[in-house]
Design a protein around this ligand. Structure first.
Ligand code: CP
Length: 334
């Protein structure tokens, strides 16, 4: 495996194989599998789970790992192209990334969307530019528009719960958040559930429709897998027979790059706080999923996060397991 950037690069059978391998590595540890291999982790955006789970995954396989992030005592890094570097930044990303990669056998990069120009972020332009600078295998640890490690963990989480693929209803819902949030997780999640062949509903208030390119890509995946993708603002309609309510917050495409305008627009939407009544229309045992971090009593209530519907802790642990499978496939072959 030369890169892990998008679940769409894999057939469903290959994804199932990675998930099965993750389960196997959990049950039958291979503590020397990646002895002598080094993973570099470049965090240009913050993290808890991704940072910790990649370090744990690599350590459990016997490899070494180092982390670089702007919070450390590194030179401040310039990312803009064609810039005269007479300000605070001492080093350009065009040198920094290949240098970091040259110390490693694989590199993981996290760089959230700039959220200035929607088209730039939808094309994942910044992440593509960064990965073009490396000649070792790379992993997308969340870019402007994708989060494949989260999606692979979510796939495994649903398998572990016995939630099937075809004919099972998956609801991806927007929720209120005080800040404008990236679209990487909703874009990756709607696509992942469509790839599984599930009946996917995107539940969101008016103004929070996902961009057409994200929906069209998910609908294309659904056509190939036998699933469906629809969207609605009607919560009861969406939650009918839902087996999973997957919650995330994302910025409005209509106010992209204008945090003040979005703040005004969503002022009336604070009631989009996930709580028990949301689940009433479902006659099925509906689980609550969230990639975390989740804001308690802002995005979701305590009683949901702490209650029996929530699978957020095993979902987060699955990050480590599926990343072990990815790292093993990537590095034991090289
Ligand atoms: N879900 C996820 O990627 O978590 P972090 O932002 O903490 O890494």
């Amino acid at each position: 495996m030369k890169f892990f950037n998008d679940l769409a690069d894999f057939e469903a059978a290959e994804i199932n194989d990675l998930v099965a391998f993750a389960r196997d590595l959990d049950q039958r540890p291979q503590p020397r599998a990646l002895e002598g291999k080094v993973l570099a982790l470049l965090f240009l955006s913050p993290s808890l789970r991704t940072l910790a789970s990649f370090q744990s995954a690599m350590t459990r396989l016997g490899g070494g790992v180092f982390v670089i992030s702007p919070d450390m005592s590194i030179h401040s890094i310039e990312a803009r192209s064609g810039i005269v570097m007479d300000g605070a930044a001492a080093e350009h990303i065009r040198e920094a990334i290949p240098v970091i990669a040259s110390y490693s056998d694989a590199i993981g990069i996290r760089a959230f969307a700039k959220r200035e120009r929607l088209s730039y972020d939808l094309e994942d332009s910044e992440f593509r530019a960064m990965t073009s600078l490396v000649d070792v295998p790379y992993i997308n640890m969340e870019s402007a528009i994708n989060h494949p490690c989260q999606s692979l963990a979510d796939w495994k989480t649903m398998d572990d719960l016995g939630i099937g693929t075809h004919g099972n209803r998956f609801v991806l819902s927007w929720s209120w958040h005080p800040q404008p949030m990236p679209m990487a997780i909703p874009a990756a999640t709607v696509h992942m559930a469509a790839l599984r062949g599930m009946d996917v509903t995107v539940l969101r208030p008016q103004g929070y429709q996902l961009p057409g390119t994200i929906m069209a890509r998910a609908q294309e995946a659904a056509r190939a897998s036998g699933g469906t993708v629809t969207e609605t603002a009607d919560r009861d309609e969406a939650m009918q027979d839902a087996q999973v309510l997957y919650v995330n917050s994302w910025t409005s495409q209509h106010h992209y790059g204008d945090a003040r305008a979005e703040e005004d627009f969503k002022h009336e939407l604070r009631y989009w706080l996930v709580d028990e009544p949301w689940f009433s229309p479902s006659k099925k045992n509906c689980y609550f999923m969230h990639a975390l971090p989740a804001r308690r009593e802002v995005t979701v209530t305590d009683r949901i996060l702490d209650g029996p519907r929530s699978v957020v802790i095993p979902e987060a642990r699955n990050r480590m397991l599926v990343q072990m499978a990815v790292l093993h496939r990537m590095l034991s072959e090289s």
